[in-house]
Design a binder for this molecule. Structure first.
Ligand code: FES
Length: 573
């Protein structure tokens, strides 16, 4: 035994008393011989695999690859399950459970004899959830995502997760696509294991962790079905053991410079708006100051380089073949802090030295970008005193400055009940407003912010209108959509006061979202406003509702912000 190893796990395994007997003895039922407890790093493999989460279904295989790498490097791998948040099946919304999964990861890491951890993630919320939890413990940590699916193929063309589902659904509602064609597309879109292959939230999160320096280089884009991802798993296992020996903790990598790099990369890839709320929460856990304004100031002037849906045409498989994130990071050059430290123990520049772009259609140069100034814009105004966001690269240029009459839906049920009512007083110049889908109001801030357009307008050929809500939208969605309005309606934000017929002004260039009403009228309405009753009286949803922060603070639970380190609180043996 090696109490002098300095390893955290020695507190369990190096003891010669009853506690040591119990810690080692019971694990031996898995066939681990004595030499597994001789002071070797113990590596947790936090696995979000689940049959209920198709995007993460390949993580069982990856976990085995990681284990091989850990053993080879002289560590002891111990895999454990994490609540898996499957975007396509979970109700009411995975975002409600992101913080719960983060708590599970945090407490599991702290409570067990782990020296380092590999986070196996994939579907949208699984990456930020695991990372948030890991930040609050601050062990050496490496992230490995499941990887994107292969391109969807439908009737001779490539189709993308989410993005084309929205398109097909609009065509179906407009009567320009048959139900038979719709069903055929359903069977053609998910052709392999892996997560959504558009630049949706899962791909955005995968790029985020690579830009933060938390994955091995190229980790974001290697397709799930490509054997190179399995090799990444093996190498991740090798590397995490070395990270423990180097005491390369999360807090050494997740510095302010890493967060700034991630914001800039997100702008260049046309990443999901969900990036904002997740990065704010991660920064809060690791103790790096980050504000909504940072996203606009650091990213909005940057060009769009990745030509990927929903902002562009291609998919993650194409992105990988074109050089992936290493090529894009190299293209951004001095825009990034290339000296930032990563999990390899080397800098971002060292990791990506020699990276090349093999297809300028997919990864554009800075001289000839896909779009100029495409990063997320942060709006302010009397409708969103604590901010709101819009993704200009996915919006319609002709709506970026717009004044329109509000058509207001009180909540998601009201929206579904009245949207297609032929009597709804709406035309394409109106602004659709949906209240009650914020963190507290829904609860859980669902991806309901990309509103379907009224059927009668779709039939006229309208495909985009200004939509405003306190919710989020899928990273695969597109349109002129104002999201994350803070404070949300359910806590009495000005959004709660908007009524049918009010006029709203959106001016993205001026970063302005304005409700055109005299302050006296707003004050009058505020006096009669009453908060909605909580949707859930008990259980986790009640805890969440009582403690969730607003979108501009990452929608974390107030008592989870920050960290407690890896120290066990108390021992009794
Ligand atoms: Fe899981 Fe899109 S549904 S990544």
């Amino acid at each position: 035994m090696h109490p002098e190893s300095g390893l955290r796990s020695a507190g369990w395994f190096a003891r010669q008393d009853m506690a040591g007997f119990v810690a080692r003895g019971w694990l031996k039922n898995q066939g681990h011989p004595d030499q597994m407890f001789n002071g070797r790093p113990v590596i947790g493999i936090a696995n979000t695999w689940s049959d209920l989460n198709p995007c993460n279904a390949s993580l069982r295989i990856l976990a085995e690859q990681v284990k091989r790498g850990v053993y080879e490097a002289g560590g002891l791998p111990l895999e454990f399950p994490v609540l898996s948040l499957g975007e396509t099946l979970m109700k009411p919304t995975t975002m409600l459970y992101r913080n719960l999964a983060s708590m599970e990861v945090e407490e599991t890491l702290r409570a067990n004899p782990l020296d380092g951890v590999v986070l196996l993630t994939g579907c949208d919320k699984t990456t930020p959830a695991c990372l948030m939890g890991a930040c609050s413990v601050d062990l050496p940590t490496l992230v490995l995502t499941s990887g994107p699916m292969l391109n969807g193929k439908f009737r001779g063309r490539d189709i993308g997760s989410g993005t084309d589902v929205y398109r097909f659904t609009a065509e179906l509602r407009a009567g320009t696509m048959s139900q038979t064609e719709y069903l055929e597309a359903e069977g053609a879109i998910s052709r392999s294991e892996g997560h959504c292959m558009t630049m949706g939230t899962a791909s955005t999160m995968a790029c985020m962790v690579e830009a933060l320096g938390l994955t091995l280089p190229s980790g974001a884009a290697v397709p799930a079905a490509d054997s190179r991802r399995r090799r990444l798993g093996h190498l991740a296992g090798n590397r995490i053991v070395a990270m423990v020996r180097e005491d390369l903790r999360l807090s050494r990598i997740l510095t302010r410079r890493a967060f700034e790099n991630a914001i800039k990369v997100n702008a260049a890839i046309g990443g999901s708006t969900n990036f904002v709320v997740h990065l704010l929460a991660i920064a809060g856990r690791i103790g790096v100051p980050l504000s909504l304004e940072d996203f606009d100031r650091l990213g909005s002037h940057l060009p769009l380089l990745a030509n990927l849906m929903p902002s562009g045409q291609y998919l993650m498989e194409d992105f990988f073949y074109a050089g992936g994130l290493p090529a894009l990071i190299a293209e951004l050059g001095e825009e990034l802090d290339q000296g930032a430290l990563t999990v390899t123990g080397r800098t971002l520049a060292e990791n990506n030295a020699g990276a090349q772009c093999y297809n300028r259609e997919v990864i554009a140069s800075r001289d000839q970008p896909i779009k100029r100034a495409a990063g997320i814009a942060v709006l302010r105004g009397n409708l969103c005193p604590d901010g709101a966001i819009i993704k200009p690269s996915a919006a319609s240029p002709h709506l970026m400055k717009h004044r329109g009459r509000a058509v207001v839906f009180a909540d998601i049920e009201d929206y579904h009940a009245r949207l297609d009512d032929p009597g709804l007083d709406v035309d394409e110049s109106c602004v659709l407003v949906l209240k009650g889908i914020g963190p507290r109001g829904f609860p859980g801030m669902p991806e309901a912010g990309k509103l379907n357009l009224p059927r009668k307008l779709l039939e006229k050929g309208v495909r985009d209108m200004v939509c405003i809500s306190d919710g989020r939208m899928s990273g695969t969605a597109y349109g002129t959509i104002v999201l994350h309005v803070a404070p949300e309606a359910a806590v009495g934000g000005p959004l709660a006061l908007v009524q049918d017929g009010d006029f709203i002004e959106l001016d993205v260039a001026a970063r302005r979202l304005h409700l055109d009403l005299p302050e006296a009228e707003l004050a009058r309405r505020r006096q009669t406003w009453e908060p909605p009753a909580p949707r859930q009286e008990r259980g986790y949803a009640r805890l969440y509702t009582d403690h969730v922060l607003q979108a501009d603070r990452g929608a974390d639970l107030d008592f989870l912000v920050g960290g407690s380190g890896s120290q066990v609180y108390r021992e009794y043996r």
